[in-house]
Write a protein that binds this ligand. Sequence first.
Ligand SMILES: *[C@@H]1O[C@H](CO)[C@@H](O)[C@H](O)[C@H]1NC(C)=O
Ligand SMILES: *[C@@H]1O[C@H](CO)[C@@H](O)[C@H](O)[C@H]1NC(C)=O
Ligand SMILES: *[C@@H]1O[C@H](CO)[C@@H](O)[C@H](O)[C@H]1NC(C)=O
Length: 389
Amino acid sequence: MEFLCFIKLAFTINVLSLLSFSLLAYANSPCDFPAIFNFGDSNSDTGGLSAAFGQASPPNGESYFRHPAGRYSDGRLVIDFIVGVTAESLGLPYLSAYLDALGSNFTHGANFATAGSTIRPQNTTLHQSGFSPFSLNVQYYQFNDFHHRSQIIRNQGGVFKRLLPNAEDFFRALYTFDIGQNDLTAGYFLNMTTDQVRAYVPDALDQFKTIVKDIYDNGGRSFWIHNTGPVGCLPYVMDRVLITAGQIDKVGCAAPFNDVAQYFNLRLKETVVQLRKDLPSAALTYVDVYSVKYDLISQAKKHGFVHPLQACCGHGGKYNYNMHHGCGSKIKVNGKEIMVGKSCKNPSVMINWDGVHYTEAANKWVFDQIVNGAYSDPPIPLKNACQRQ
Ligand SMILES: *[C@@H]1O[C@H](CO)[C@@H](O)[C@H](O)[C@H]1NC(C)=O
Ligand SMILES: *[C@@H]1O[C@H](CO)[C@@H](O)[C@H](O)[C@H]1NC(C)=O
Ligand SMILES: *[C@@H]1O[C@H](CO)[C@@H](O)[C@H](O)[C@H]1NC(C)=O
């Protein structure tokens, strides 16, 4: 009798704990993303532009990799912290650039981002305007090709099985995006007014929406989407575009350009809301990187940084930036040839690396703010980004 009772009790406890365990698991268990596929511009390029058009030059990469590593920074980018490094990261190896023919291992994903990429294809060459031919639609063609051909090649077995993701990984992967900044600057550099730039933002976001849907049709379900940063705080914009004193905000940034970035972000957020309706089984996380970067720049000292509006690896002028003498180029000072960036002694306390991109220290700081979902809609951590809210 006693024995029976014990069995019954144990059974009840077991069922109860099983139930609560599965409920907990549903709400909190990490997604265990087996792979990550990234689309974007230089903010997340881990070697794409370098593979196609020549390596990024020293001193890029000096702080972490100790040599140029296809990244426009002294070290790692936000995407590098997303895939691996901290306990909150996804625990995967650094992403190989899809375009990198040598030494790539795509088992855990591929990176389609290249520096200078836009959402809207530009009608100029890289050499004319500095914008990459690998616009978002081209990155999608490459992904589509990768998806299909990787499976044919993987089926040959042997080493190919240890270089390419399996079919199921495309469903379970995290798809990340950081693109749009260059769509805005493309107009500014053609001397368009901010109103003219604003006018084509809806077209850019329509094209963005199409690509997310195409990836969904290819099996993608989890999307992690960064909005665009405060481009009006970057030396390459402030130095190149005419700004009147009245347009400078209290931090020292060019307000009209940040206003357009925020308009882009508002429309991006609406686009994500629409995509949630259109794609019933997708989990879409919108990440407000703008606020994080603006907070970092406007309260640099509080966060342990100095000279928030100056490039570390640059030369001359108010922002230590000159577009004709970029980071790593050679210039003559007092008859002596020097490399631009030699004077950048302590990138770990600087925010801006080369007038356009962020330092590794700033990228790590941004990652630390966004990883737990504090700036996300819905507010879920990176590791849970497969869960629909
Ligand atoms: C490029 O040209 C095409 C065809 O004229 C046009 O539809 C498109 O908007 C242009 N792209 C940009 C970024 O201006
Ligand atoms: C590629 O990377 C994966 C994961 O790190 C590893 O298991 C695999 O052996 C690597 N492939 C080759 C050919 O080294
Ligand atoms: C933009 O304006 C500047 C200054 O007036 C001029 O030097 C430059 O050539 C213009 N750029 C384009 C693409 O029209």
